[in-house]
Each structure stands twice: as structure tokens, then as C-alpha cells.
Design a protein around this ligand. Structure first.
Ligand code: ADP
Ligand code: MG
Length: 292
């Protein structure tokens, strides 16, 4: 595109709350045929809250919540924050944990009142040799409704499941539909549970889901799609998303997300709404049409 049409396009973007970092990004966006959307904080609000406490037989709900809140007290994960906040709101006093250890993309391990506590996904518990069969049914009850199941084991045995829900942003479904009308394939990527992700995807009309992706593998998934000959846009908000945003043909960061994501991206969507992705593609197509 000519410098003038790039300037016009960039200016229009800025007025629409879309900050485009380079002429190259504005030009490349017109040929995107695939857009990958992170789930938490991108499709959803990213403000998860605790909805259910489901103890296994022999465990009390309040006691379970106290133990989990203790184990999660030092975690910076949004799921941990939801649990610790809910415990405080319900007046549940968490004992103090020791030997806290976080396992990226899986959960946490802590010692609470001398007992070994594991909190996270089924993969974490299985990796630690816990027989999760007793908790699986409880977990599936949550994931079928789009809630994230947080499994708990105490001294190597399942103690229960906590469900955490995150609301889909108001215009996510509209944005997905608009992208598809532009001829773009939409893919969801997340570290979250497969069934939870599928339920959220169905809610917003996304057909292809990459779930249970470890943070360090998100960028690999982008490169794999590029290897299929696709031109890929990635939309994300988290520290986890930064490598994938950098690997994509065009990285678009949610403006309300982390600085690390914004720095790795070519475009920032100030409002955080996915409608900005649609506007960015339209703007790029219009800019490229003007110079031909
Ligand atoms: P995402 O932000 O997309 O969910 P993460 O890689 O941060 O991806 O986490 C992946 C999964 O690991 C979570 O969905 C959850 O099941 C588990 N997990 C990670 N950290 C925690 C934690 N502190 N407490 C409970 N579960 C966790
Ligand atoms: Mg996210």
C-alpha cells in the first residue's frame, strides 16, 4: 500500500480503538484466512468466579473450600483468585499453606496442616499417581456446562471438585459470525479442559477447538496451522499468549490484557471486544483495495 493509504488506514483504526503498529500488519491482515482466539480473557471476560463446591463422600464442602483456598493463596492464576475470593466472601477461614509449588498449565501443590494437597486439572492429579475416577463424574457435570472443573486431592485421594465459571463477552458470538462471513476459519485455543472448551465454543459458534494446550505449545499450534498453508491471525490477552501472538502472521492483543501480550502483538484492540478483529480485517481489506 502507498504511505498515504497506510496513514489513512492507521488513522481510521485508531479512531475505532484499533492500534496498528506497522504498515506491514495493516497490509497482512487483508489476507488472513484463519483467526485463532484464546478462550479465557479473549472470548470470555476473564473474570472467573466460583459456582460449585462438590465434595466427594466423606468430605465437607466448607472444609474442602478452606483447604483449596489455602493451597491457592499464593497462586496468581485467575482460577486461584476466584477460589480465594469466594472463600473470603463466604467467611471461610483458610489455614496457612506451606511448601507451595505451582505446576504451569496444570495447577498447584501445597502442604496444608501437614497434608499433601493437589489442586488443578485431571492431568496434574494423574501425573501424581492419584486415581481420579471418583472425581471424574463430578468434573464432567461442570465441564458439560462450560464451567472449569478444579480437581482436589488430599494425601493422594480425591476430595472433590470446585467449578469455576467465566462469562462469554457480550459480542463474542457476533464477532465469530462476522469473521466467518468474511470467509475466515475461526479456531479456539486454550489450556482449559476439553469439554469446558467445547461448551464455550458451541456457545459462540466456533467449530474448531484446540484444548488442553500447554502455554509453551500455543505458538507451536500457530506454526502448525501456518504449515497447512494458512495465513493466521492470533488474538490473545495473557502472558501465555505472547509467543503465539509473535508467531502469528498478525498478532492482535486485547487492550485490557497483560502488557506482555500487547508488546508481542502487531495490533491492540483497546476496548477488548472481539468486534475489533472484524474491524481490523475490514480496514485492511479496504486499504489494500484502494491501492489496486
Ligand atoms: P488457561 O488460562 O487457558 O486456562 P493455563 O495454562 O493457565 O491456561 O491453565 C491450564 C489449566 O491448568 C487450567 O484450565 C486449570 O485446569 C489448570 N490450572 C493451572 N493453574 C491452576 C491453579 N492455580 N489452580 C487450579 N487449576 C490450575
Ligand atoms: Mg487468556
Amino acid at each position: 500500500a502507498t504511505p498515504l493509504s497506510v496513514m489513512v488506514g492507521t488513522g481510521k483504526g485508531a479512531r475505532a480503538g484499533i492500534l496498528i503498529r506497522s504498515a506491514e500488519a495493516l497490509e497482512t491482515a487483508h489476507r488472513l484466512d484463519t483467526v485463532v482466539l484464546d478462550k479465557t480473557g479473549t472470548i470470555t471476560e476473564g473474570r472467573p468466579r466460583l459456582t460449585d463446591v462438590l465434595p466427594v463422600d466423606g468430605w465437607d464442602g466448607t472444609r474442602l473450600l478452606a483447604v483449596v483456598a489455602a493451597a491457592e493463596a499464593d497462586s496468581e492464576h485467575p482460577l486461584a483468585h476466584a477460589i480465594v475470593t469466594a472463600a473470603a466472601e463466604r467467611g471461610v477461614t483458610a489455614p496457612r499453606a506451606s511448601a507451595f509449588d505451582s505446576v504451569t498449565g496444570r495447577g498447584v501443590r501445597a502442604t496444608v496442616e501437614g497434608r499433601e494437597v493437589l489442586v488443578g486439572n485431571a492431568r496434574l492429579l494423574r501425573a501424581e499417581g492419584v486415581d481420579v475416577s471418583e472425581a471424574v463424574e463430578l468434573a464432567e457435570r461442570c465441564s458439560a456446562r462450560g464451567r472449569t472443573p478444579v480437581l482436589v486431592a488430599v494425601d493422594g485421594r480425591p476430595a472433590g471438585v470446585l467449578a469455576v465459571a467465566d462469562t462469554v463477552k457480550e459480542d463474542s458470538a457476533d464477532a465469530v459470525a462476522a469473521l466467518r462471513r468474511l470467509g475466515i476459519d475461526v479456531v479456539m485455543i486454550t489450556g482449559d479442559d476439553r469439554r469446558t472448551a467445547a461448551a464455550i465454543a458451541a456457545e459462540v459458534g466456533v467449530e474448531r477447538v484446540l484444548a488442553e494446550v500447554l502455554p509453551e505449545h500455543k505458538a507451536d499450534e500457530i506454526r502448525r496451522l501456518q504449515g497447512e498453508g494458512r495465513s493466521v491471525g492470533m488474538v490473545g490477552d495473557g502472558v501465555n499468549d505472547a509467543p503465539a501472538l509473535a508467531a502469528a502472521d498478525v498478532g492482535l492483543a486485547i487492550g485490557t490484557g497483560t502488557d506482555v501480550a500487547i508488546e508481542a502483538a502487531d495490533v491492540t484492540l483497546i476496548s477488548g471486544s472481539l468486534g475489533g478483529v472484524v474491524t481490523a480485517v475490514r480496514l485492511s481489506r479496504a486499504t489494500m483495495r484502494n491501492i489496486r
